[in-house]
Design a protein around this ligand. Structure first.
Ligand SMILES: Nc1nc(=O)c2c([nH]1)NC[C@@H]1CN(c3ccc(C(=O)N[C@@H](CCC(=O)O)C(=O)O)cc3)C=[N+]21
Length: 300
């Protein structure tokens, strides 16, 4: 028996159709600003993909590129300008940043109402308080994928491998909100297989090709592979592979492929978040608690 394939692109299309419809009801076309620092090839490619998809679904996007050598102050000045620009609804700074820039300071500086990545501590806190607003794209995309395929969550045992602030941690909050019983495993977890074998839903976001082997998976489980690993085969050809060994398809009930699984959902969710941010702003929603009329920087 082979696992049902949970394909990303058709699911992403459903999410994008809904976002485009909602965008059509807004007073202006939502505008996403993307900031990239430096020329990391993966970041260049991801940012290009996000801007292209935005155009395809009829959203506006602008990409702001700073050189690898830009100072933290220069980046913060750009963020401040985009925060106060009323024409910008969504703002994201592509990660990772160069080592001389403090990621936390940058994430704090983004207006939480424009924070389409959901990485600002205010949005992180709201998520963990059970009031999700702008939520991180990969975890929210995974929830959309699971719901779209009618995979039950309430009362089930979910195991997440990986505790990153981009995926593992926010996904734990969302699955908890969906009434799953959630375990977060990581590199120090003892006997990982005994933990993952208990999972009805297994999500893997580690960045280690082939980490999850068939013996680590409960028969019939849903397996979500968030890993994006570039590997070179014996012929010297490059491939993208996930964290889940291909043989897991013989044990799992459902499985996301890499590529063509979670990645396209992440991009679609980013655009859905941009529409959501524009909706909040159009409704005059003041999530940050600043005084009415103050659309300036979030004051800590
Ligand atoms: N501020 C910020 N927000 C992010 O959301 C963010 C980030 N920084 N930094 C890097 C990670 C990674 N990420 C991906 C997006 C799309 C694909 C994607 O579309 N993948 C395709 C393949 C693309 C390819 O061929 O490289 C797929 O899986 O089918 C993958 C990974 C967003 N991230």
């Amino acid at each position: 028996m082979s696992a049902r394939v949970l394909a990303g692109p058709p699911t992403a299309e459903a999410l994008l159709r809904d976002a485009a419809q909602r965008a059509g009801r807004l007073p202006a076309v939502p505008h996403l600003a993307i900031v990239r620092v430096g020329e990391d090839p993966a970041s260049v490619s991801y940012v290009r993909g996000k801007a292209r998809k935005a155009g395809e679904v009829g959203l506006r996007s602008t990409v702001h590129v700073l050189p690898e050598t830009a100072s933290q102050a220069e980046l913060l000045a750009l963020i401040a300008a985009l925060n106060t620009d009323d024409d910008v609804n969504g703002l994201l700074v592509q990660l990772p940043l160069p080592a001389h820039i403090a990621e936390a300071a940058v994430l704090h500086a983004i207006d939480p109402r424009k924070d389409v990545d959901g990485f600002h501590p205010l949005n992180v806190g709201e998520l963990w308080a059970g009031r999700p607003s702008l939520t991180p794209c990969t975890p929210a995309g995974i929830l959309f994928l699971l719901r779209h395929h009618a995979i039950p969550l309430s009362g089930t045992r979910a195991v997440i491998v990986g505790r990153s602030s981009l995926v593992g941690r926010p996904l734990a909050a969302l699955l908890l909100e969906a009434d799953a019983t959630v375990t977060v495993a990581h590199s120090r977890t003892r006997d990982l297989g005994s933990v993952t074998r208990a999972a009805d839903l297994l999500v893997v976001a580690v960045g280690q090709p082939g980490l999850i082997t068939p013996d680590m998976v409960k028969p019939g489980a849903t397996v979500i592979d968030v890993g994006i690993n570039r590997v070179v085969d014996a012929q010297g050809k490059g491939h993208l592979v996930g964290d889940v060994h291909p043989d897991v398809a013989g044990v799992a009930g459902a499985l996301t492929p890499v590529p063509g699984g979670v990645g396209p959902l992440t991009v679609a969710q980013l655009l859905a978040n941009t529409v959501h941010a524009a909706e909040l702003q159009a409704a005059g929603h003041l999530q940050s608690g600043t005084s009415s009329g103050d659309r300036g920087e979030f004051v800590r």
